[in-house]
Design a protein around this ligand. Structure first.
Ligand SMILES: Cc1ncc(C[n+]2csc(CCOP(=O)(O)OP(=O)(O)O)c2C)c(N)n1
Length: 270
């Protein structure tokens, strides 16, 4: 797919993110907007998933380990045609399948129920190990937050992934530098993230997480690595694309009001 097409998808996905969160009057726009290019790269250039194979065990998997950024995940699934776009309007409403954290029992294209930070990457390790044991060629993608790296469980999973040589596992860290209430390095400093993953036996790349070409190239390199799990540390901007949300921790979990939504959509080209 052309980079221009990916960028157009990304813009549309960003508009759906702010609309979805505004419609629910709750949700997580900041870490959703930072992850748009990462998720678009995974779903539009890497992952083999479609309505034809969505219920099959024989396909690639994705685990949203930073499970609070469902506005981004659902917008990408809608963009890919895996859920109806109209359903985004039901986000976080009673009886909706699209709850604030993803539920694999409600949405066929959701591969793991997540939300408790640290647990998703462990599930992804299990999926990759299962593929290896069964001789299946499918990849498992996972997205973590940099604040999520403060969870001890992440490092148990990292150790296990290297121990079992899970080269079908490709993790991304959305390195936007902020978490729920401030700078990640002030709350509990996880840096140097690259050196830590290297020490745990992973193949590590650091890229601009808003640059499609860099992300795609890094995915291709990661998939060529044998005997090691891979991580792509994607440097991003929390709230990317909406000027007043960029680099502001308060937009971690705040919904825009009508006026703010209108400004955000204008900036995003609607
Ligand atoms: C185990 C656990 N503790 C606390 C939370 C509450 N929580 C939700 S998001 C968040 C901050 C996560 O920061 P980061 O991983 O950097 O996410 P991003 O900035 O990419 O949104 C926290 C503490 C949680 N979901 N799970």
């Amino acid at each position: 797919m052309e980079i221009k097409e990916l960028q157009a998808h990304a813009k549309h996905i960003r508009r759906n993110i702010v609309k979805t969160v505004a419609g629910a009057k709750s949700g997580h726009p900041g870490g959703s907007l930072s992850a748009v290019e990462i998720l678009t790269t995974i779903y539009f250039t890497q992952m083999d998933i479609s309505n034809e194979n969505v219920n099959s065990l024989e396909r690639d998997r994705f685990v949203l380990s930073k499970g609070h950024v469902t506005p981004a995940l659902y917008a990408v699934l809608a963009e890919k045609g895996l859920i109806p776009e109209k359903e985004l309007e039901t986000f976080r409403k009673i009886n909706s399948d699209l709850q604030g954290h993803p539920n694999m029992n409600d949405v066929a294209a959701v591969d793991m129920s997540t939300g408790s930070l640290g647990q998703g990457i462990s599930a992804a390790v299990g999926m990759a190990l299962s593929n290896k044991l069964h001789g299946l060629p499918y990849h498992v993608y996972a997205l973590l937050g940099d604040g999520e790296l403060q969870e001890g469980q992440v490092w148990e999973a990292a150790m296990a992934a290297a121990h079992y040589h899970l080269d079908q596992l490709l993790a991304f860290v959305d390195h936007n530098g902020l978490q729920i209430d401030g700078k990640v390095v002030d709350v509990m400093n996880p840096t140097p993230i690259d050196e830590k993953f290297k020490a745990f036996g992973w193949h590590v790349q650091v890229v601009d997480g808003h640059d499609f070409e860099a992300l795609i190239e890094a995915c291709e390199k990661a998939k060529a690595v044998k005997g090691q799990p891979s991580v792509i540390i994607a440097k991003t901007i929390k709230g990317k694309g909406v000027s007043f949300m960029e680099n502001q921790a308060k937009w971690h979990g705040t919904a825009p009001n009508e006026e703010q939504l209108a400004q955000a959509l204008a900036e995003l080209g609607e």
